[in-house]
Design a protein around this ligand. Sequence first.
Ligand code: NAP
Length: 345
Amino acid sequence: MFPTTLPVPHRHPAHQIPALRWGIVGPGWIADHFANALRHHTQQQLVAVSSRSLDKAQAFATKWEIPHAVEGIDALLSRNDVDVVYIATPHNHHFSDGLRTLQAGKHVLIEKPLALNAQQALQLQQAAHQQQRLCVEAMWCDFAPKYDVIRQLLADGTLGDVHTLLADHGEYFTEDHRIFNADLAGGTMLDLGSYLLGLSVLVGGAPASITAVGQPAPGGVNGQASMLLTHANGMHSVLNTTLFSNTPGTAVIAGRDATLYLDGQFYAPGNFRLTSSDGRHTLRWEEPANRYIQLSHEIEHTAWCIHQGLTDSPVRPLATSLATLSAMDAVRQQIGVVFNEERTA
Ligand SMILES: NC(=O)c1ccc[n+]([C@@H]2O[C@H](COP(=O)([O-])OP(=O)(O)OC[C@H]3O[C@@H](n4cnc5c(N)ncnc54)[C@H](OP(=O)(O)O)[C@@H]3O)[C@@H](O)[C@H]2O)c1
């Protein structure tokens, strides 16, 4: 039965979101957006920032009115006035920075991807459990209202049996971007592919089989990958990611009863429409494409989890991060991409 309205997104009650004291590690491009979202769109507090360069930490602290700028992650982790740490370093630092944070007894929100591979993610999961501290992957779309509505539509069966997911995520990068740097675990898979595999796991669960082809890019990283995943319920995910060019970035979740069409970029704030298979009914989700302001949702969700005493997020459990990384491991194995850290391990 086609609904008359879209589900209402869940919100945590404000009194269950304590104002926690945050530290930021890696004051780069995304950290800047994170600080803006936290300062202007939440009640959370920024108390410290660390960088490999004290000058850089101080410049970031001045910009965002953060009282303490320190050199190196250890100086930040030793502070008693930091409750929770946001890790915004390149991919191949997520595991070591996240592990150190948990071992220092702090809660941690780690930029996507949680780690380089499923084996590292498992170690983070074990550390969070041992330390009884929260560890969450900052897969920002999962915490946004749009994805909450999509999860509800899938859970209540509005689409009927879902047979097909089609999605792409291609972005043009200049060759000086870290995505071309093999020493920073560059390549399209961890950066852009995370969103595709994340959506595929969200809709169809962990894949039953994966077939992938890739093409290398200058710098020795993966430039593009095309992937076909099958899922236990019979669903197929057909996915493409590239760092060579801009592509529409749309996603289609096609069910027997109705189809969801997500505008590009599907994971970012923006519109979708739900249309019944007979074409007679359509419902629309419309919101400003206000991009990184919506990092506020992952920030507030993290504070809510800590308030609840959780070591794992119910919205993006570490098991989901692990399933996504396992799928990416399998793709990388097929297209022959090995990170430096995996060679020496
Ligand atoms: N949620 C999203 O929408 C989103 C968007 C973009 C990126 N991301 C994720 O956020 C992470 C950071 O991306 P970004 O684009 O913000 O990166 P970035 O600006 O290039 O780098 C972030 C910070 O990492 C540190 N860093 C850079 N190179 C390093 C090195 N060789 N060794 C150790 N630290 C180094 C630097 O901090 P210091 O020099 O100050 O120590 C830098 O400011 C990535 O994992 C990416 O996937 C998420």
